[in-house]
Design a protein around this ligand. Structure first.
Ligand code: CA
Length: 641
C-alpha cells in the first residue's frame, strides 16, 4: 500500500474536514440529495439501480442512471436526483488514484442483500405501529442500576426446545408465550422473568461473515462490520428488501421496551471485515485504517486492520453512527468492542453528542491495551489505564473475571472460586468497585463470563477435574453473588444461570465459538427441566431482586464507596467480608471459597439472613442467634439488621 500518512497532517484536516450533517442520501418525495466525502477523487458519479442485489455476471449490473456529482465543500461531492426514488438502490462510482471503483455509501442506512448497494428510503415508513411514541427507557438514571444480559440473536431461538417460531430472527424476540416441550417459559418471557434491566445483543449491524442469501448456512458472532449504519440482513425475514430488516429490528426493540427491557448494542468500530473492500476505503483509499511504516495495515485488533479514529472524518463517522442508532432505534447503551484501539477524544465526543439529547444512554467497552500504530502524535487510547480520561465510560473488569476463574491466557489456571489463595485483596478491591485501574464504581462492568472464552461452567469443568457437579454449581452461585453484590455494573452471558456449556458433536468443550454451529451456541432450553438448573436460575433471580431493592449496592462514586463500605479484617484465610451501611441500611457480606464451613461472629444487631449458599432474595431465610453465623463451604452469606 502507498503511504497515506498525509491524511493525518494538519493541512489535510483543515482543508477537508466536513462538519455538515447531510452525508449520505437525503430522501424527499420529489427528489433525493446525495453527498459523499471523497477529497482525493478525480470524479464521482451516483449510480441508480432498481435492484439491491449485485448480479453474479458483471454484464447484468447495468444502472438505470449514472449521474455525475459536482465538487462541493471540504472534499465532498453532491448530486440531486429528481422524482420519488423510495425503494431504489444506489452506489458511488469513484475515480481515484486513476482507478474506477464502485462502492456502497459509507452513510447507507439501508442496503440490499449482503450490503453491496445502498437503498433510498423514507425511514419513517419503517416504524412499526407504536414506535414513534416509543423512547429510550429512562427508568434507570445511573449505569450502576443496569443489569446486563448478553445474548446472541440466534442463540435464543435456534434450538428446537425454544418453542420459538421465528428461529434466528429479530422477530423471535417479539414472541411471547413460547415454552419448552415441558411447558417452561423461554425466550422473551424467560428473560423478563430474570429481572435483568437490559439485553445486550452481540452485533446486529451489517456484518460480512454470513451470506445473507443463505442465512442458515452458518453461524457467526458478527464481529466483522461491513455497513455500520445498517442492521444485519440474515436476522431479517427478507434480506433482499432493505426496509424489512429495519422494520423488524425496530419491532424487536419496541417489544423489549414494552416488556421493560432496554436494548444495548455491541458496536465494533475498531476494525472492519475487510479493509481493502470496506466502502469508506474504496472511496478514500486507506483513510479509514491505520497503517504500519512498511505500508501494511496496523493490526492490534487481530482482525486484519485498526480504525484510524484519530482522523477527523473517521471520528465524525463514528460519532454520527452512534448518534444515529440512539436516535433512530432507541438504543439504551453501546458496548464498544476493543475500545482500547479508539482514541479518548472520539469516545468523549460520542458521549457528549449523545448525552446532549439522551442523558441516560450509557457506554462501556473492552479497554484492553493493544499494539496499534496511531497516525498522529499525542493521542491517548481508551484503555483501562486511561479510565480517568473518559469519565462516565465503563470498562469490562477482567481483573475480577480472572480472579474468579483464572487467567484467560492460561486455560489450566484456577481462581478464587476454586479456592486459590492470595486473591482476597483483588476480590476486596473489585467488591468496592475500585480495582487498581478504576477511578469510580461507575466505570467497572463486573462479570464472570461473556461470549468470549469458555462459559463459566465449562471453565470450572476444565480446570477442576475433581469437583463434583454440585460443587461447580456452588462455585457458579458464589461467582454470581460476587458479581451482583459488588459495586459497579453487573453483566452475565445468557445461560450462565442455566449452567450453559458449549460442546461440539464429539462432546468436546469449545472455547471461542464465534463460528461454531448453532448446535454448539444455541441456548438449550430443555435444561429448564433439570432441578439443579431451576435452583441456580432462582438463585440468580434472587440476587438480582436483592440488588435492585438495595441502593447501597449501586453506589456512584469513590467517595460514596469509601463512606459506606468497610472491608472486614482478621477473617480466616481466603475469606472476604464487608460491612455496608447507608441511611439505615446495614448489612454484612461474606464470601467463603474454602471447602470448610466457617463460624463467624457479627454484632448482635444483625438479625436476618437474606442470602446463603442455597437461596437469595428479599425475604429473610433465617434469623441469626447470638451474633454467630455459619458460612457454608464455597458460598456467600448476607446478613442484615
Ligand atoms: Ca451482512
Amino acid at each position: 500500500m502507498k503511504d497515506y500518512s498525509f491524511y493525518s497532517s494538519q493541512e489535510f484536516e483543515e482543508k477537508y474536514t466536513y462538519t455538515g450533517n447531510d452525508l449520505g442520501a437525503t430522501y424527499g418525495p420529489d427528489h433525493t440529495f446525495f453527498r459523499v466525502w471523497a477529497p482525493t477523487a478525480q470524479a464521482v458519479s451516483v449510480l441508480l439501480y432498481r435492484d439491491g442485489a449485485v448480479a453474479a455476471e458483471e454484464k447484468n449490473n447495468i444502472p438505470i442512471k449514472a449521474t455525475e456529482m459536482v465538487q462541493s465543500d471540504k472534499g465532498t461531492w453532491t448530486a440531486t436526483l429528481s422524482g420519488d426514488l423510495q425503494g431504489y438502490y444506489y452506489t458511488y462510482k469513484v475515480l481515484v488514484e486513476d482507478q474506477w471503483r464502485e462502492a456502497c455509501d459509507p452513510y447507507a442506512r439501508a442496503t440490499g442483500v449482503n450490503g453491496k448497494r445502498a437503498m433510498i428510503l423514507d425511514l419513517s415508513t419503517t416504524d412499526p405501529h407504536g414506535f414513534t411514541s416509543d423512547a429510550i427507557p429512562d427508568d434507570f438514571h445511573n449505569i450502576t442500576d443496569f443489569i446486563f444480559y448478553e445474548l446472541h440473536i440466534r442463540d435464543v431461538s435456534m434450538d428446537k426446545s425454544s418453542g420459538i417460531v421465528q428461529k434466528g430472527k429479530y422477530l423471535g424476540l417479539t414472541e411471547t408465550g413460547s415454552v419448552t416441550p415441558n411447558g417452561y417459559a423461554t425466550g422473551l418471557d424467560y428473560i423478563k422473568s430474570l429481572g435483568v434491566t437490559h439485553v445486550h445483543f452481540l452485533p446486529f449491524y451489517d456484518f460480512g461473515s454470513i451470506d445473507e442469501s443463505d442465512p442458515d448456512a452458518g453461524f457467526n458472532w458478527g464481529y466483522d462490520p461491513v455497513n455500520f449504519n445498517v442492521p444485519e440482513g440474515s436476522y431479517s425475514t427478507d434480506p433482499y428488501h432493505g426496509d424489512v430488516r429495519i422494520r423488524e429490528l425496530k419491532q424487536m426493540i419496541l417489544t423489549l421496551h414494552d416488556h421493560g427491557l432496554g436494548v444495548i448494542m455491541d458496536v465494533v468500530y475498531n476494525h472492519v471485515f475487510d479493509a481493502d473492500t470496506f466502502c469508506f476505503n474504496q472511496i478514500v483509499p486507506g483513510y479509514f485504517s491505520r497503517q504500519n511504516p512498511d505500508g501494511s495495515y496496523s493490526n492490534g485488533s487481530g482482525c486484519g486492520n485498526d480504525t484510524a479514529s484519530e482522523r477527523s472524518m473517521v471520528r465524525k463517522y463514528i460519532v454520527d453512527s452512534v448518534l444515529y442508532w440512539a436516535k433512530e432505534y432507541h438504543i439504551s447503551g453501546f458496548r464498544f468492542d476493543l475500545v482500547g484501539l479508539l482514541d479518548t477524544e472520539t469516545i468523549n465526543q460520542i458521549m457528549e453528542e449523545v448525552h446532549r439529547i439522551y442523558p441516560f444512554v450509557f457506554f462501556y467497552g473492552e479497554g484492553w491495551d493493544l499494539p496499534t500504530n496511531i497516525s498522529k502524535p499525542n493521542i491517548s487510547l481508551t484503555t483501562q489505564k486511561n479510565a480517568d480520561k473518559v469519565p462516565g465510560f465503563a470498562f469490562f473488569n477482567d481483573t475480577l473475571r480472572d480472579a474468579l476463574r483464572g487467567s484467560v491466557f492460561d486455560t489450566t489456571d484456577t481462581g478464587y472460586l476454586a479456592g486459590k489463595e492470595h486473591l482476597e485483596q483483588t476480590i476486596q478491591k473489585c467488591f468496592i468497585g475500585l480495582p487498581d485501574w478504576c477511578p469510580s464504581p461507575m466505570q467497572t462492568v463486573n462479570y464472570a463470563s461473556c461470549h468470549d472464552n469458555h462459559t463459566l461452567f465449562d471453565r470450572l469443568s476444565l480446570t477442576m477435574h475433581n469437583a463434583t457437579r454440585k460443587e461447580k454449581i456452588r462455585m457458579t452461585k458464589l461467582a454470581a453473588a460476587i458479581v451482583f453484590l459488588s459495586q459497579g455494573i453487573p453483566f452475565f452471558q445468557a445461560g450462565e444461570e442455566m449452567l450453559r456449556s458449549k460442546t461440539d458433536e464429539n462432546g468436546n468443550i469449545v472455547e471461542n465459538s464465534f463460528q461454531s454451529p448453532d448446535e454448539v451456541n444455541s441456548l438449550k432450553w430443555e435444561a429448564l427441566g433439570d432441578p439443579e438448573v431451576v435452583d441456580t436460575i432462582s438463585y440468580y433471580k434472587g440476587l438480582i431482586a436483592f440488588r435492585k431493592s438495595h441502593p447501597i449496592l449501586r453506589l456512584c462514586s469513590k467517595s460514596a464507596v469509601e463512606n459506606s463500605i468497610q472491608i472486614l479484617q482478621d477473617l480466616p484465610n481466603n475469606v472476604a467480608g464487608f460491612h455496608l451501611h447507608m441511611r439505615g441500611a446495614e448489612m454484612i457480606i461474606f464470601f467463603n471459597p474454602t471447602r470448610n464451613a466457617l463460624t463467624l461472629s457479627v454484632s448482635e444487631e444483625y438479625k436476618y439472613i437474606y442470602i446463603n449458599d442455597e437461596r437469595a432474595g428479599n425475604t429473610p431465610l433465617a434469623t441469626v442467634e447470638h451474633g454467630t453465623v455459619t458460612v457454608n463451604p464455597i458460598s456467600a452469606l448476607v446478613v442484615s439488621i
